[in-house]
Design a protein around this ligand. Sequence first.
Ligand code: SAM
Length: 282
Amino acid sequence: MTSGTLYICATPIGNLEDISARVLDTLRAADLIAAEDTRHSLGLLTHYGIRRPMISYHEHNKIERAEELIGRLRAGENVALITDAGTPVISDPGEVLVRAAKDAGIPVTSLPGPCALITALTVSGLPARRFVFEGFLPMENKERRKVLDELKREQRTILLYEAPHRLRKTLGELAETLGQERKICLCRELTKIHEEAPLMTLAEAADLYRENEPRGEYVLVLEGKSKAEMEEERTARWESRTPAEHLADFMARGQSKKEAMKAMAAEFGISKSEIYALLNKE
Ligand code: SAM
């Protein structure tokens, strides 16, 4: 028997009109719609007059339910996967099911559409050529610190998802890690009536939410580390030690004197001859 297909269907992130004709056709024809929250998705399906059998597929049943869905796909049923908002799999359940379908040789196809991070990036005014998406920051302190420290060095535009009740804490930590002057675009309620996407500094964002209660859904788009900031840090690192101390540090990593001087030149953007001259001056 030929197996069915798993359709990954993007649905609106607010405005119900943001759904493709292809997604609507696929939902209408599906044997089964797997939804993160069936009650929530019923609103969307009712709006479009779609009445198909639904089954829940969420964080807490994703393993067992994936097995069950694979069984139904194997039996020839076509399954459409949707989430509460946007593109399934992106900070949403779906990954386990897609992987299980791939492993079982079941065709998977994705019907593109709304995704909060892409919508935010395009409205932010920040560089979009290269960016990094971190989803929600980890809740656990050590893990969270680790990710924040990684972001400190990040030169690409950074995108984060955040819940309103954690926004103030996150803005405070970002300011502490990336600096008060770092630019942020606070994308709120995208595609909805109260949509806004002000571009400001992290200091201004903290001021804004000191007076106003955060409400709605947020994507935080942050400027990456600038070349000027990198250069400033490199100079500070160079000036924090004498050339001989730097040389000793590099050699302590097991490098010969010649290799260490070459590595120093590359790290601090100084020519080897200059390093040689400075070492001989000391
Ligand atoms: N799969 C979704 C997508 O494709 O964007 C994301 C799901 S994730 C569980 C939910 C988070 O996405 C929210 O907490 C918020 O950070 C962001 N989000 C979803 N809809 C949004 C909207 N209309 N405006 C701003 N952020 C939104």
